[in-house]
Write a protein that binds this ligand. Structure first.
Ligand code: PEP
Length: 225
């Protein structure tokens, strides 16, 4: 099981250090934290795997505001999230840029959590399967890559996919891509066990509930049991 905490644009270096000092990591589960870029250096070397929340496909160049895989590796960062729905919805991320970012990160030696998931409108229109197929087709096959299924309607909304619905979507993804699949979307301490006991759910990508060390530790413990 792998549990990753996506801190989004929360926690500067000081808060990052306080979190990691009080977080009690259970044994028996792979744990990843994904702080914002400016807190990565503070998080590295404190016993947990550290991923960035995005990575550019070029090693260097005229790409204002972007960060490359070699730059992340130089800091000691282990991996990166790619294609989070907030990047797709707010910052123009496409399947093609997701593919480019994944390939560059993997080639450079980073691990990747590549995100897919349908919007509420797409689900209501019966397009979930087609959307997942299109998004998964753009994701490279690689041992260092896992996919996170994050239905957009469940992210930060408190609406969680039922364990059965998550299981069904994960089965679809696994038919298309032989990889571990994490579930993401309002995972909390009280629903984590029910989601992670589904056979096709290999862990969780956690947003809001990963910001508090106790609630994140409780979710990590649910992955162990
Ligand atoms: C996320 O940001 O990847 C996420 C799943 O957020 P939340 O857990 O807050 O829904």
């Amino acid at each position: 099981m792998l549990v990753a905490g996506n801190w989004k644009m929360f926690k500067g270096p000081q808060e990052t250090v306080s979190f990691l000092e009080s977080f009690e990591a259970p044994a028996g589960v792979e744990i990843v934290v994904c702080p914002p870029f400016t807190s990565l250096a503070a998080a590295v070397g404190r016993g947990l795997a550290v991923y960035a929340q995005n990575v550019h496909w070029a090693a260097e160049g005229a790409f204002t505001g972007e960060i490359s895989a070699p730059m992340l590796l130089e800091l000691g960062v282990d991996g990166a999230i790619v294609g989070h729905s907030e990047r797709r919805q707010l910052f123009g991320e496409t399947d093609e840029t997701v593919r480019l970012r994944c390939e560059a990160a993997l080639d450079a030696g980073l691990r990747v959590i590549a995100c897919v998931g349908e919007t509420e409108t797409e689900r209501e229109a019966g397009e979930t399967d087609a959307v997942l197929r299109r998004q998964v087709a753009a994701i490279p096959r690689h041992d260092a890559l896992v996919i996170a299924y994050e239905p957009v309607w469940a992210i930060g909304t408190g609406k969680t996919a039922t364990p059965e619905l998550a299981q069904e979507a994960h089965e679809t993804i696994k038919e298309l891509h032989d990889t571990r699949v994490l579930y993401g979307g309002s995972v909390k301490p009280d629903n984590a066990a029910a989601l992670m006991t589904q056979p096709a759910v290999d862990g969780a990508l956690v947003g809001g509930a990963s910001l508090d060390p106790d609630s994140f530790a409780e979710i990590c413990r649910a992955a162990v049991s």
